[in-house]
Design a binder for this molecule. Sequence first.
Ligand code: ZN
Length: 385
Amino acid sequence: MTTQQILEKLVSFPVLGGDSNLEIINWIKQYTESFGIKTFLVYNSDNTKASLHCRIGPAINGGTILSGHTDVVPVKNQPWYTNPFKLVEKPDGNLYARGSCDMKGFLACCLSALPKMVKANLKKPIYFAFSYDEEIGCLAAEALINHIKATYSETPKFAIIGEATMLQPIIGQKSIHILDITVNGSEGHSSRIKQEVSAIHEAAKIVLWAEEKMNTLVKTSNDARFNPPHTSLHVGTINGGIAANIIANKVTLSLDIRCLPKDNPNILYQDLIHFCRERENTQRAIFSDFKIDVEENHPIVPAFSTNENAEAVNLIGEITGNYNWNTVSYASEAGYFANAGFEAIICGPGSIKQAHRANEFISKDQLHKGAQMIETLVSYLETSA
Ligand SMILES: [Zn+2]
């Protein structure tokens, strides 16, 4: 099958983040095993989803993991001109479908190179590591990586996460933590503001806490490789209140924290919890049930930072011709691979500008170049590894 034919097949499985991905993962499993490769599935607790990994080539240290995810973001309420789960080739040279760019295009590049990998005399192995639920917080990456480490006696060295970067090497990513906060105050007449606890006034203090925290970090912690070069804290939604003359008893807000690799998101989280406990202790003198609930929308997606002189940067340069690295502030599984000890780099075909929107596409040129990157990796591992 050509890369495009495989992509056509992959996009026909409408697996959103959170959905069962068994159909698509079993198709990938059967395809991979048809070339004589043994695959491993890593199931979730109720066996409705699975990640897949496998090794192609010898059991020797220093191999390269090719990482991708099988889920996509929703299409609901987006103005699609075509069926999002059918690959449509248009005269503009682009292939339209949900996931064409993020990131089934990369999966197709890996899978179409498999016959070549199997035939090649690889000096170092290649691994596939394909996950689920990436789009709702990279939920499966850790279990997949642990399973890889437990399965193989040898140790892979590199992890290429094939998110859409126009095949530019990405060597750093901020961590991402999203918190859903509910402030429970006491209702009453506005004139009693000193006798009740307004959830709105308390929520405002949390917003100011976030702003001040960020301002302190802007002054004390910088990394010029990132744009912006500081950790960001941002309240994106705030809801509550009925009328000007009623003290609000409930407010919900959502806080998005993106930390530089050098800043610790756990410490920021603990600081926030500490601030909320302090507010509770203070205000319970007025209203004994005053409460601030802080819920994690998903576990922290870890940051990563690969040294610009690392071998992985050179490897990507060798197989793409592009040594011109950059950094990003969106979520990917790269931080999990870096935390597990692999040299991680994000690099894949297609543009992040096309991801997550209506009429997502990958250009045929990018798909072709992505396939070339993998084929060049195969040749590279036959000769110079
Ligand atoms: Zn993605």
